[in-house]
Design a protein around this ligand. Structure first.
Ligand code: CP
Length: 314
């Protein structure tokens, strides 16, 4: 079985079978990460360009490491050090990169739809590393990979997602992935940080954070997206933590040994307190490691798809 598209633009375009294929492949890739010599030849002779218009530590670095572990050449470009600062457009920048025989273009951009816009216009496989408030598909894939790895399945889990759902592409991608695989997503957070149509997305909304967390298998706190939040939508930090911040008291409402997750970067003392972040229930560090395995799987599966795509276009 191959991925249907040459690109990975969002969870929305993936079938549940494709998601499972990526998770299974990531399980194999994770074994490479624990080897003393982390090297495969799956992407030998291929090139990966990471084009990031927004800040990133985890996503950009894990794509770079994933590419290198599999033998590809990997290059990072950020808007600040590129000709974008001289006025070059996004499209001209992407076409320039494409003309250098690039196989994979990993893009993070503040505009929703940026990855899809480029995918139609370049030969490279475009991977969405986060587009505005729309999707962050590889984050959701690593999140559900971590859940499956720890809990053994993704069927009928209760996953509570707490915080700024309105601005969160992580929320949107996780909601799509979890509902496609048969789990239930509960959300809670300030009403000003909830999408107006949150219930029509398939999530169950409650203004009582305790109700969302009660008997949950997984509790995920989201980062407050201060860079996207309009003035006045956000209560004070202290008030936010009191009502929505994860701590020992709130997590006791979840199932015993429920997973505590955060996509990172976390604001400690705002979205989650330090004790819980570092507790045995927290899998936040494992999410980071699994991010490399999942990105290796995505690059590998897209390279198989590219082989088919190149044959079809001969
Ligand atoms: N979770 C996430 O996307 O982190 P970065 O912004 O560090 O890539």
């Amino acid at each position: 079985m191959h991925l249907k598209s040459k690109d990975l633009l969002g969870i929305e375009q993936l079938s549940s079978e494709e998601i499972t294929l990526i998770l299974n492949t990531a399980t194999t890739m994770k074994k490479v990460l624990v080897q003393p010599t982390k090297k495969t030849s799956h992407l030998q002779g291929k090139s990966v360009v990471n084009l990031f218009f927004e800040n990133s530590t985890r996503t950009r670095m894990s794509f770079e490491m994933a590419a290198k572990y599999m033998g590809a050449a990997s290059v990072n470009i950020s808007s600040s050090g590129s000709s974008v600062n001289k006025g070059e457009t996004l499209l001209d920048t992407a076409v320039t990169i494409d003309m250098m025989a690039t196989d994979f273009l990993v893009i993070r951009h503040q505009q929703s739809g940026a990855a899809e816009f480029l995918a139609k216009r370049v030969k490279a496989s475009v991977i969405n590393a986060g587009d505005g408030m729309h999707e962050h598909p590889t984050q959701a894939l690593l999140d559900i990979f971590t859940m499956r790895d720890k809990l053994g399945h993704l069927d009928k889990l209760k996953v509570a997602i707490i915080g700024d759902c309105l601005h969160s592409r992580v929320f949107r991608s996780n909601l799509l992935a979890l509902t496609k695989l048969g789990s239930e997503v509960w959300v809670s957070g300030p009403a000003s940080l909830m999408p107006l149509d949150v219930e029509s997305t398939g999530a169950k909304y409650t203004k009582h954070v305790e109700e969302a967390i009660k008997d949950a298998d997984v509790v995920m706190s989201l980062r407050i997206q201060l860079e996207r939040i309009e003035k006045g939508l956000f209560p004070s930090v202290n008030e936010y933590f009191r009502y929505y911040g994860l701590d020992d008291k709130k997590i006791k409402l979840a199932k015993k040994n429920a997973l505590v997750m955060h996509p990172g970067p976390a604001n400690r003392g705002v979205e989650i307190n330090s004790a819980l972040y570092e507790s045995d229930q927290s899998v936040i560090s494992e999410q980071v490691t699994n991010g490399v395995a999942v990105r290796m799987a995505v690059l590998y599966l897209l390279s198989l798809r590219r082989n088919v795509y190149e044959r079809e276009n001969l």
